[in-house]
Write a protein that binds this ligand. Structure first.
Ligand SMILES: [Fe+2]
Ligand SMILES: [Fe+2]
Length: 138
């Protein structure tokens, strides 16, 4: 793992963060059903937190001498509300896997400030996962 490879992976993370924010905006607007009323407001909180993550990662990439991406990863939606929340849960679980890997890489390169930022982001993603699992009754 070199610093350049880490920058490339972090840019991949940013693209997923932008995609997640866009996906949450669309899902919050189109989600229907009384049982999903409370998660709807929570999805809008997630929108801002995902954008916050993209912002933190962009700053870190700049510190590392890289150029933060403006790319957006693939988004998913569905006409079924439950399916949409399952897509969101899948995205959060992917994020958790990616950030756990990224924390190990930051440690390997002795980038401890980055490690701290990544752990803060990971804690948010774990909270997002719990919100969605609760809404889905899992
Ligand atoms: Fe995020
Ligand atoms: Fe998230």
């Amino acid at each position: 793992m070199t610093k350049d490879e880490l920058i490339s992976d972090l840019n991949g993370d940013i693209a997923y963060e932008f995609a997640a924010a866009i996906q949450y905006v669309q899902h919050a607007a189109t989600l229907t059903g009384g049982e999903f009323q409370s998660i709807n407001a929570e999805l809008l909180v997630h929108v801002n937190e995902e954008i916050g993550h993209a912002n933190l990662l962009s700053e870190q990439i700049d510190y590392l001498g890289g150029v933060p991406t403006m790319d957006v990863a693939e988004r998913q939606t569905d006409s079924n509300s439950r399916k949409m929340l399952e897509q969101d849960l899948e995205g959060e679980r992917l994020a958790i896997r990616r950030y756990k890997e990224r924390i190990k890489q930051a440690q390997e390169l002795e980038l401890y400030a980055l490690e701290t930022v990544l752990k803060q982001i990971l804690a948010d993603e774990e909270e997002h996962e719990r919100d969605l699992m609760e809404a889905l009754g899992l």
